[in-house]
Design a protein around this ligand. Sequence first.
Ligand SMILES: C[S@@+](CC[C@H](N)C(=O)[O-])C[C@H]1O[C@@H](n2cnc3c(N)ncnc32)[C@H](O)[C@@H]1O
Length: 199
Amino acid sequence: MQPRLPFRFPGIAADVERLRVKLTEALSLAGFVADSPAAVLNLACGRADETGTLFAALSPAQVGFYLGIDLLPGDIAEATKRWKPETPDTRIEFRAGDASRTERMRELPPFDLVFIRHQNYWHDAPVWDRLLENALAALKPGGVLAITSYFDREHALALTALKLRGAELLVNFRHAESRILDDAPNKSVDRHLAVLRRR
Ligand SMILES: C[S@@+](CC[C@H](N)C(=O)[O-])C[C@H]1O[C@@H](n2cnc3c(N)ncnc32)[C@H](O)[C@@H]1O
């Protein structure tokens, strides 16, 4: 799926292409094959630059429903302009709201893939404990949760929180080619990628 609006910064297209390669590899190693049509939930998605990446990584399955949620209305508005369905069988929705409260969104289907790019556990552990618990609860049987992290400590914290909530770690990569962030020592784009399922 092609973006309808150019990405905001140079380098993003290459970042999301690297993510596509790694995520495809990780899902395959996890033995995950999405149902078609698949339902995908992208939590704390920001501008959701990786939307096309997620659709590609699930191929040949088609995405029937894709929902991105973030607190920032400006990012959600930008994502809505950038990503439009390419077939009438796909529904794409972005919502401004609290992604840690998905248990209150009663009309949601069970999801094949829940994705969290650059999870933010470090920022507010209690909120992210709830967000991760709900992320696992949102999976359909056989569904997987994939997370990426900017830095080592935050990745370890999120994995511990997930394991405490009954998650099983299927795949865990340190991404050797991830782009270093010059203004943030020891952080890089999609530095870690993990795939988990509910026990
Ligand atoms: C590190 S950024 C990652 C954004 C995006 N996933 C990416 O990789 O570009 C963390 C994001 O989490 C969002 N966020 C934090 N807490 C949230 C919550 N409770 N509900 C929804 N979004 C949240 C922030 O607004 C921010 O966009």
